[in-house]
Design a protein around this ligand. Structure first.
Ligand SMILES: [Zn+2]
Length: 84
């Protein structure tokens, strides 16, 4: 799955390198955060580009998630929900 190195589209000097960075988005006034999201980061200007797969997955996840954010009861969910 390794891409060839890509020149940064912002500074045109740096190279986008595979990295794991936090990814966060705001959804229904809540912040959804993924601590180690695969992305490509420019080594010069820190421009960051996330994998389309990740973005699609996140949107799929919140699109199909039951709306239980207001449910105060503890839930026992297997953590290994998402495996490649
Ligand atoms: Zn750059």
């Amino acid at each position: 799955m390794n891409k060839p190195e890509e020149i940064c589209p912002r500074c045109f000097i740096g190279v986008l390198r595979f990295d794991l960075q936090a990814y966060a988005l705001v959804w229904q006034q809540q912040i959804i955060a993924i601590p180690d999201a695969p992305c490509y980061t420019c080594d010069i200007c820190s421009y960051r580009e996330y994998e389309d797969d990740l973005v699609n997955w996140v949107h799929e996840l919140i699109g199909t998630a039951p709306n239980d954010a207001d449910d105060p009861r503890p839930r026992n969910q297997p953590k290994s929900h998402h495996k490649a």
